[in-house]
Design a protein. Sequence first.
Length: 168
Amino acid sequence: MAFNHKIEKLLFASRWLLAPFYIGLVFALAILLAKFTQEIFHFIPGVLASSESDVLLFVLTLIDLSLTGNLLLMVIFAGYENFVSHIDVGDDAHRPSWMGTVDFSGLKIKLIGSIVAISGIHLLKQFMNMEAVNKEDLKWMLLTHAAFVISGVLLAVMDYFASKTKVK
């Protein structure tokens, strides 16, 4: 076996070094679930005494955590399938339809879309609680959100042009 072939086999096998990262993200998903559950149990006892604004902030917090969980799951599945190995769960009826179809380009767009949504929800929470928000912090949050939006648009435009220039 040629030396360069051995190097290539080693390089190809090195993709498995990413597997612990994805397992770590599964733990992060479990931590997110713990925080989601904590938020629910913390809010429920005082729900009847809560204002409409407090309820909306609570719901936005749950949506924020849920979107973050979706983002994690997307990265786990798509990242593992794109960079490590195919996930073979057989003919499981519960397998998400997008699983195995999201390439790296699609993952980037989905990630930035999720980040923009999470950032937008976080901003909305701040706007709903304006009296307690530092105006300087709000300005930086708005600028950061705008940077995410602009980055997303630029990524989408670049992917569009890249798809049009691919050799067929």
